[in-house]
Design a protein around this ligand. Sequence first.
Ligand SMILES: Nc1ncnc2c1ncn2[C@@H]1O[C@H](COP(=O)(O)OP(=O)(O)OP(=O)(O)O)[C@@H](O)[C@H]1O
Ligand SMILES: [Mg+2]
Length: 240
Amino acid sequence: MAEIILVSSGKGGSGKSSFTAGVGRALAACGKKVLAVDCDIGLRSLDLLFGVSDKVVFDWGDLLLQRCTKEQAIVRGNVDLLAAPPRFNSAFTPESVAAMIKMLKPDYDYIMIDSPAGIDRGFELAAAGAERAVVVSTPDSVCVRSCGRAFDELYKMGINDVKLIINMFEVKPVCKHKLLNIDQCIDETGVQLLGIVPRDPNLGYCSVTGNNPGEFSPSTLAFSRIAKRITGKRIPLVCE
Ligand SMILES: Nc1ncnc2c1ncn2[C@@H]1O[C@H](COP(=O)(O)OP(=O)(O)OP(=O)(O)O)[C@@H](O)[C@H]1O
Ligand SMILES: [Mg+2]
């Protein structure tokens, strides 16, 4: 039975999709069966980050509307993928999305749901089937505040197991007081820290290569450590 993890943030561009792809791959490398669900309706990106755009024929909207089977909707890979629909449909409700996720649960160890930016309709749909969540924040006040808001909304929805990921972390700008430090991010979001992902200039190439930027790149190492923590291993927190 899968654990269902929502990847959210509030503000856009904080690294939710990169995190979903990177940690999804790292969980798969630990031998786990992983499904990534792209909930960014109309603006999907996980098919690019997994390098399977040309294999996407159906999406989870088709599955929900019974236009295709589960086997047709899921793009198989190291990490299986359910692509996002191109547009909203009135049949996409929190209840119908939650039922779809529940139906997929027995097939996986982890289902990672990539939320769109914002805390409105798309976020509510993405959160509908989730049991736990991470909020991904860059170390700046605007993003940190939006993660605090997302945390409040998740709590109202009954998702109490929420952890913080600080993404695009750089030690030097913190030393120069240009960005928030780790303690400030934790204090201002009020969320317990799960991991830190350093700024990795090569991560941007993932959408071109459909893979991680290399086995020893800082982001790959960070995703691997976070994946191990998700599986329950005790891995010390360090700034890779
Ligand atoms: N740790 C990192 N280091 C450097 N660049 C990063 C890092 N994480 C993400 N990025 C880059 O930031 C940009 C936004 O990342 P991504 O698409 O994952 O964010 P998002 O939160 O999913 O955005 P949206 O809210 O639009 O869905 C991408 O160009 C990505 O390559
Ligand atoms: Mg995204």
